[in-house]
Ligand binder design. Structure first.
Ligand code: KG4
Ligand code: ZN
Length: 338
């Protein structure tokens, strides 16, 4: 069965063609980073306009790369939330149009569940149930993943998402947008033990997360020496690298600790991560180590499957379609998860 996937929830216009839920025939990702970077973050109106301009060329490119015609697809899977509402509507409208013109079902996909599916999609040896951690720019979610289409949420962030914390700290350090890859790169030259930033363990809600205190601690640390001038001007490269490495270590420590705790509580044999922050080299390394120490297997998607893409949308779309979760053409987009 061939599923077309469309993803426009944030700043990536992505179209993919996937066979039987895991065989990627084409995956086109058009990044808008260059359009947003000078503003230091995603500008929703610019994102919408770019999705509108790029969606059709990306669609044609995906058909060409897959070597199929539009007649050969069995269903159209599309992200309908959560995300930037205007951006979602561009992809959803494109998907509805295709669904109507081709007379194929439309399958709405939850973006967070799609991130969670990236690891099992690439690793057939990852068996359900497992504990999944989704860490992206908009979400931080720990869940008990029971099957491709069923999961129980175990914990989430009460304030900033993990990726959002990376982006904000990167801005404080003058490292630009998107912040995660910049911090990851700079941190490799720093000392993760240089500054002991706080780890919010949330002892009353042990599987929930909070990153805003950490972000504020980084801000105070950086402003401490001179509140009037940008820290990027004041700090040496070595100091910036130490702050980046120490901040990253604090985030990773909390993510790994809670993921392992959830695995022990649920008794699963495997844990998996997904979302843009799952591309973080330190997180991948420490999760592997911690899991191995406890005889648990850790799975991380390949880097291109961590960040936003449409292959994961088409992949999970296949399972949703098989479970009868196709929708009518009046399906709507939604901005928030709950
Ligand atoms: O999943 P994603 O592409 O989009 C959302 O659904 O939000 O995630 C983007 C987030 C951004 O906050 C970005 O800074 C972060 O993922 N990110 C990283 C890395 N690569 C991307 N964070 C830490 N380390 C990385 N290597
Ligand atoms: Zn995402």
């Amino acid at each position: 069965m061939i599923i077309l996937g469309i993803e426009t929830s944030c700043d990536e216009t992505a179209v993919a063609v996937v066979k039987d839920g895991s065989e990627v025939l084409a995956s086109v990702v058009a990044s808008q980073v260059s359009l947003h970077s000078k503003y230091g973050g995603v500008v929703p109106e610019i994102a919408c306009r770019a999705h509108y301009e790029v969606l059709l060329p990306a669609l044609f490119q995906a058909f060409e790369e897959a070597g199929i015609t539009s007649d050969e697809i069995d269903a159209v899977a599309v992200t309908n939330g959560p995300g930037l509402i205007g951006a979602l509507l561009i992809g959803l409208t494109g998907a509805k149009t295709l669904s109507w013109v081709l007379n194929r079902p439309i399958v709405p996909v939850n973006h967070v569940e799609a991130h969670l599916y990236a690891a099992p999609m690439e690793n057939p040896e990852l068996r359900y149930p497992f504990v999944g951690l989704v860490v992206s720019g908009g979400h931080t979610l720990l869940c008990h993943s029971l099957s491709e289409t069923e999961m129980q949420i175990l914990g989430s962030t009460i304030d900033d998402a993990a990726g959002e914390a990376f982006d904000k700290v990167s801005a404080i350090l003058g490292l630009g947008y998107p912040g995660g890859p910049a911090i990851d790169r700079v941190a490799s030259n720093g000392d993760p033990a240089a500054i002991r930033f706080p780890r919010s363990n949330m002892s009353d809600r042990p599987l929930d997360f909070s990153f805003s205190g950490l972000k504020t601690a980084v801000l105070y640390h950086c402003q401490g020496q001179n509140t009037k001038r940008s820290r990027a001007v004041q700090m040496s490269d070595a100091e910036v690298a130490d702050v980046a490495a120490s901040f990253q270590e604090a985030v990773v420590d909390v993510l790994v600790k809670k993921t392992i705790m959830a695995a022990e509580q649920t008794g699963v044999e495997s844990v998996a991560v997904g979302g843009g922050v799952a591309a973080n080299s330190r997180l991948r390394e420490k999760l592997d180590e911690a899991a191995e120490e406890r005889g648990i297997k850790a799975f991380c998607p390949s880097l291109s499957m961590c960040v936003d893409n449409a292959a994961m949308i088409a992949g999970i779309g296949y399972h949703l379609f098989k479970s009868g979760m196709a929708s009518e053409l009046d399906v709507d987009a939604y901005a928030r998860l709950g």
